[in-house]
Design a protein around this ligand. Sequence first.
Ligand SMILES: [Zn+2]
Length: 359
Amino acid sequence: MARRASRQRRALSLFGREMLSTFTIEPPDVNWRQVQKRSCHLNIVTPVRTWRVPIWICCDRPNDPFLLLIGGQHGDEYQGCGILLEFLQTQWGRLHGNVIVIPEVNPPALEAGTRTSPLDGGNLNRAFPGRTGGTITEAIAHFISTEILPLVDFVVDIHSGGGALEVPPSVMTHYLPIAETFRETLSAMRATELPVSIVVDEGHKDGMLDTLVESQGKPFLCVEMGGGHLQARDIRLGLRMVENLIARRNPEMVAQHVADRPSVAPLLLEVPGPGHYVRASAGGLFFPAVAAGDTIRRGQTIGRLYPRDPTPGDSAVSITAPLDGVVYVVRVSVRVEPGDDLIIVAAPAHAALAGMWGT
Ligand SMILES: [Zn+2]
């Protein structure tokens, strides 16, 4: 954590806010609506350097909508970049269908290894729909919102727990008001063959790409592929997920399945409200007693919170599970602020939801 903070400060001193106020956006010179298979760049030109956002486009049918695959919104979550770059490296030649791939959508944050941009402090996944005349982070969001989203009818956004959280490899959606979109989303989640599918009520969703896409009535999958370290498992599961989702839309693209089919039946879970979130009541050090994916019982100790400035006689607070369930998210960055999520407990999905998912 300390190393990342010092990197962020160095980047800010290098670029300076006066420099960042004078940047220009150069969108790719591409006609999206023609048969093609090529890469291009969105360029963000500042007085000191140009940031390039690489974009791959495969278009077989100019009148059809695209599937959008996106990674690297948060700069400490490299799983999306790893999966999509590996997919492009190994599968680009045989790819069919209408697909846009943006594996490194937030280069300043990815280069710094920080969740937010070192240039302006912006959190890209809280900046949608973005705007012109704002920050670089807002400009990236604006480009995606205005140039890319009108072309697409399905979005897959790959994240992970980053440096702070551990999450099992999973695909997440929200409770959607349009039944047809919700059903299509759940069906696609099942098709990913990821070990866990989960439906979540997140509460605060302002500025998220999820929120924007869902407000347009389009299916959106948020993939959470593990924690802070990129594992071989993440790439394997991610490649199979991407192949499955493309093959589902494009029969010409027969999935080769780079990994064996799952030996354990996938789980459908849900987080239907705030009662499933365990948050820090005070700042301090949190030591979890459970891991992501563990089954837990109500009242079970799931961690201990030590006060920040303990004096002799102060004791740690035991944190207990508020209900039976499965640990969906656990904080592993140790130092916490009041209100931080410590654990998110998921419950098995209710029967109607499971039916829509495909069991
Ligand atoms: Zn993220």
